[in-house]
Design a protein around this ligand. Sequence first.
Ligand SMILES: Nc1ncnc2c1ncn2[C@@H]1O[C@H](COP(=O)(O)OP(=O)(O)OP(=O)(O)O)[C@@H](O)[C@H]1O
Ligand SMILES: [Mg+2]
Length: 330
Amino acid sequence: MSAIIVNNLVKTFELSKGRKRGKMSPNEPHKTMNIIRAVDDISFEVRKGEIFGFLGPNGAGKTTTIRMMTGVLRPTKGKIKILGLDAWKNQIVVKQVTGNVPEMANVYFSFSGWENLMFIGEIYGISKKERVIKAESLLKKFDLYEKRTLKTKKYSKGMKQRLLLCMALMTNPQILFLDEPTAGLDVQSSKIIKDLIREYNERGVTVFLTTHDMDVANELCDRIAIINHGKIISLDTPENLKKLTQDYQAIDLQFVDGMNKQEIKNLRNIREVQETQDGVHVIVEDIHESICELVDYIKTQNVKIKQLSTHQPKLEEAFLKIIEKGGKTD
Ligand SMILES: Nc1ncnc2c1ncn2[C@@H]1O[C@H](COP(=O)(O)OP(=O)(O)OP(=O)(O)O)[C@@H](O)[C@H]1O
Ligand SMILES: [Mg+2]
């Protein structure tokens, strides 16, 4: 079953008044002079149990999409189904089965971490006993228990972000919406959040997240949709997105002893061999198969490898290329 189904979703905003309606802005085709199509007819499905990444440059329409999915902004057109329910006709039920950490979210500064969780629990109608058990376990898991009585205005950014996640998890959501969960966090805080997202996902929580951090997207996401100017221009696994845009994959080998480099050319997965000073630069079809094939072959030659390194496409490069080409790949 799908966790989320989005069909032909559109959101337009009125821009400044006083200009002529309907005239195209030459450099930004999704904008007319006073109407912007922030989300321009997008459709996609998020499977139950997956971590789905929603990537795109600033202003692409990510937050607007999340806001429509979480019942904050009414769509101009289109349908959103959450666990089979129309997100706008069943707002209360949908809110109970989802957790949400919005882009500019904040905790209640005059409350302590503990009070924030009690407050959220009360809003959602969780019994006092259950609230206490849940808050205790979440604060411990997110390493905030020691600071639970401290007013949150004294929390660091990383602590606030972790508390926001605790707040979103108070209701045991089946789907978690996270708009840039690691923005502005240091490597360590970012890792804590990444690990916990993975942990909750392994326990069955479906995650829909936006991020500008390609490592987060690459490491966490099962599939990634890339949105630009309000349109989805690519949707695939990180591996396939990288393959789609790569020019080539290569292996650099350096040998301790001399080696007949010409014979490497005849191996099955090798596309091209360039000789380097003490080794070869080998362009290959499939990096994993080629490493095995090369190492096996070199062993038969009784030659020792001094160094082996690979060149693989990075998600960041793929992302930039996809944006540049507007989703068209060769
Ligand atoms: N309330 C609003 N009124 C008018 N325009 C808006 C409103 N909210 C968003 N927009 C416009 O819609 C477009 C998409 O904005 P959105 O916040 O969804 O982008 P985003 O992909 O989340 O960007 P970022 O990566 O910077 O967070 C932008 O051009 C933005 O200016
Ligand atoms: Mg945003």
